[in-house]
Ligand binder design. Structure first.
Ligand SMILES: [Zn+2]
Length: 350
């Protein structure tokens, strides 16, 4: 490898075209991240990669032809919504291809040893999009498409797919529910959108045991997430020994996020990134691909993304010490859920 930074981001100005001023998933999210990177003069520490529009064939390795054609037709007819949560613009189909292409670009940059870590700052996000439908602000499942191509193009057999977006990554789960080559681990708020991700959803057929859901009640904070990493995520990685790490890194567990009720501070995000990097360093020769998903508090999103990049890049940038409120989790006892997840995991008990 050269002296160039070993960490990079993928983005494109056309990611701003898919936007809606009255919706939380708007272009200002990505603009906030890029503005802060610029203000802190951090672009010199990053390789910047441009995405390409993924082809319908590439998308078709995860999504049905019907879904792809339906979305294309809706945009052509200038429809404004795919479902009540998910807006469209006439350009959204093309931007969604570019968003998926960003995830593929990030994955190949890492697999071809051009970078150790690459964060695809793709919009629209992807982890809710299921094989036969988009939903939850997501049109195509960027992370699932990149994962499928990593399996096929690089002949991998063990990918750890970690999803710490505050919402359950139902689309990724569904894509690989029967596939033991992808260990899908999701930490999410429950109850919350989309309502899936229960402890007893553990995979089916050959994939049995390779889906692990950790549904935490609202009000959980850094110490609960730290316990999840120490007692579930790290032991799972030690059992599975991944060849590649993928992360659906949405930052809506941030304590001020308007769409969720978790209490994660920037130190909390740093801790998650530190653990993820530890897994990559131990098992994947450092290879990690991250995908932007949610995160709707603009300053919280940008600060969290930069905190994560800083941990993966080994930058000497102090972690923003802003404290998160110490709330009492509601409805359920997180410690009891962690125990239930450990009990339900075939991999941890093997
Ligand atoms: Zn989310």
């Amino acid at each position: 490898m050269s002296d160039k930074p070993q960490i990079g981001i993928v983005y494109h100005p056309n990611y701003f075209i898919h936007t809606n001023d009255n919706h939380p998933e708007k272009k200002e999210r990505l603009q906030a991240i890029l503005t802060q990177l610029k203000e802190e003069e951090l672009f010199v520490k990053l390789q910047q990669l441009a995405p390409y529009p993924a082809t319908a064939d590439e998308i078709g390795t995860v999504h049905t032809k019907q879904h792809i054609e339906h979305l294309r037709g809706l945009c052509e007819r200038r429809a404004t919504y795919l479902d009540p949560d998910t807006y469209l613009t006439p350009q959204s189909y093309d931007v969604a291809l570019l968003s998926a292409g960003g995830a593929l670009t990030a994955m190949r940059a890492v697999m071809d040893n051009k970078l150790k870590t690459c964060y695809a700052l793709s919009r629209p996000p992807g982890h809710h999009a299921e094989p036969n439908r988009g939903m939850g602000f997501c049109l195509f499942n960027n992370g699932a498409i990149a994962t499928r191509h990593a399996l096929e193009e690089y002949n991998l057999s063990r990918i750890l797919y970690l999803d710490w977006d505050v919402h359950h990554g139902n689309g990724v789960q569904k894509t690989f529910y029967h596939d033991p080559r992808v260990l899908f681990v999701s930490i999410h708020q429950s109850p919350a959108y989309p309502g899936t991700g229960h402890v007893n959803e553990t995979g089916e057929g050959e994939g049995k045991g390779y889906t692990v859901n950790i549904p935490l009640p609202p009000g959980c904070g850094d110490r609960h997430y730290a316990k999840v990493f120490d007692q579930i995520v790290m032991p799972l990685a030690d059992k599975f020994k991944p060849e590649l790490l993928m992360v659906s890194a949405g930052q809506d567990a941030y304590h001020e996020d308007p769409l969720a009720g978790m209490c994660i501070s920037f130190e909390g995000f740093a801790n998650m990134a530190r653990h993820a990097k530890k897994i990559a360093d131990k098992y994947t020769d450092g290879k990690a691909v991250l995908f932007l998903e949610g995160g709707y508090h603009l300053r919280g999103l940008s600060e969290a993304v930069i905190t994560i990049l800083s941990e993966f890049g080994g930058w000497e940038r102090p972690i923003n010490p802003e404290p998160a409120p110490n709330m009492t989790p509601m409805y359920d006892d997180p410690d009891a859920i962690i125990e239930a997840v450990k009990k339900a995991s075939m991999l941890l008990n093997s």
